[in-house]
Design a protein around this ligand. Sequence first.
Ligand code: HOZ
Length: 432
Amino acid sequence: MYHNTLSKKFFQRAKDLIPGGVNSPVRACQSVGCDPIFIEKGDQCYLYDPDGNSYIDYVCSWGPMILGHCHPHVVSAVSEALGQGTSFGAPTWREVTLAQKIVEHVPSIEKIRLVNSGTEATMSAIRLARGFTGRKKILKFDGCYHGHADSFLVKAGSGVATLGIPGSPGVPEEIVANTISIPFNDRDAFTEAIDKEGRELAAVIMEPVPANMGVILPDEGYLEFVREKTKQEDILLIFDEVITGFRLGLGGAQEFFGVTPDLTCLGKIIGGGLPVGAYGGRKDIMDQIAPAGPVYQAGTLSGNPLATAAGIATLEVLERPGTYESLGEKMDYLANGLSEIASKHGISCINQRVGSMMTTFFGRKAPVRNFQDAMQADTEMYGRFFRKMLKEGVWLAPSQFEAAFISLAHDWETLEFTLGAAESAFIHLANS
Ligand code: HOZ
């Protein structure tokens, strides 16, 4: 019989000590109607809690664990680095090796700066865009999430959407006045915004495949259209590939869709599960960063030896032939299987997937193309699905507005098990 007594106990203590009991809001599981499960350890595609339960992990730490947990190559690289010291505040060879790999693989990146999180990457990229263009405003898309810096907390996705927060107290109006947010996949809205604000816009920032309002695909030609328009007005185009970078392929979404931005933000996978972020792009723009140029940005732990060791090891495994084909094939199998079982049991949902990421939007049959569509999803049904899957031993994102990821450690057997669990969950949903 499933129980989570120890997790509940830890959460009671955590709530007295940490706001909401968690260090990042979505983890609190509020929107799926349960308390969080505490994790004791991970191994390959499994997570283990202190109550003796195991789960097949489709969160993969929100993306970074593309090799699965405790991959031997990563463990040995990090162990070696650990024995040599954890931080020096001085350059190391690993930073150069990681930078070299990223520059080799990501089409838009000629130079790169390593930071400690995706939030830091996007925040710094915007400062750089403003410094480079001498313009103040930025344009983003409703439901896209670029971390929690002030400028981005306007109609944001991820936890902001999950908790239904329109913006955030503490963010001055003067700051958000410089952020314009428009619907994704809407060419007219984009043209209108560019016609109105174009000469004042430093940058357009986008997740090329939004994954923080659930996974949403760009309409055919949409990224090319945005690229063309921004070029015409000398607006920098920034791809936030914190999630899609090294997830859709070694060259990320920009290689997948063949559209090259001016700047790219990375995080997650390039740190192999340790805290990391990065922003990079055209040399002439990147050379505006201090000490090469006047735009200031710095960090004590930037390029940290453990994070770079984990990142290099992760990329080395991803560089092996066939990795992305295998990930794609498995996600295809899972998404198609889920769709078949759902329709067999009369559950209305749509699985949107690209590469090894996917979202099952409940209560929708038509494609979800933007934030407004995503917000119509049946979050109550997602919550019931989530809770049943958890009891069946499957760990999904505790929010309708996030992505499910698979790793190289997910084998056919675990996918079969997941489909079996989903069938029980759908039967349960259909009968309750
Ligand atoms: N913002 C993250 C998902 N897109 C959640 C991070 C976390 O809770 O760990």
